[in-house]
Design a protein around this ligand. Structure first.
Ligand code: FE
Length: 180
């Protein structure tokens, strides 16, 4: 099985569960994230990062309500490490940093924190809470700040029940084109 088939199969088998306390499935969340990225003219690799940003949730074997158990599975680290076998850092870095981007936005934009969904606010605590000003300044200097913040905003919006967006198979050519 090639890597694109492996990824599509993983989402088909494991992404029908709820997306952590939200009203969409993991698959719907992934597809909506990719559609938002494409709609805003993101690069091919950033669209792929948006599609696959939560792949870590599908790779680990913790239960769906893991946050309720007080455990942070560090899905962004698991996902970026797995993706690093097949994609370059323009894909893996925004994935690895999308949780830090949330902590960064909470520290730098008061309205952002207020706009988070209840589930996302709950997981924020497990993820370390808003960054300190020192952490935010350091994060602001990394080369992937802009892409990870863009991905984060699509991530936050990609929770609309019943929204019709391009299906998983439609992203196969883009996956093939961006694999290393
Ligand atoms: Fe997400």
């Amino acid at each position: 099985m090639n890597i694109t088939d492996e990824i599509v199969s993983l989402y088909e088998r494991r992404a029908h569960g709820a997306y952590f306390g939200e009203a969409v499935s993991e698959l719907e969340h992934a597809l909506q994230s990719a559609a938002l990225a494409a709609g805003e003219g993101a690069s091919e690799r950033l669209i792929v990062a948006s599609l696959l940003h939560d792949i870590g949730h599908l790779l680990h074997r913790y239960p769906e309500n893991i946050a309720d158990l007080g455990v942070d599975a560090r899905h962004e680290i698991i996902g970026a490490a797995w993706l690093g076998q097949h994609f370059d850092e323009a894909v893996t870095e925004p994935v690895r940093l999308h949780v830090d981007a949330k902590r960064y936005l909470c520290a730098t934009e008061p309205a952002y924190l207020a706009g988070l969904s209840p589930a996302s606010r709950k997981s924020l605590q497990l993820q370390g809470g808003p960054m300190s000003l020192e952490e935010a300044a350091a994060f602001h200097r990394t080369p992937w700040t802009a892409d990870s913040v863009r991905l984060r905003r699509w991530d936050d919006q990609a929770k609309v029940p019943g929204l019709v967006v391009p299906e998983l198979d439609s992203w196969r050519p883009l996956l093939d084109a961006t694999l290393r």
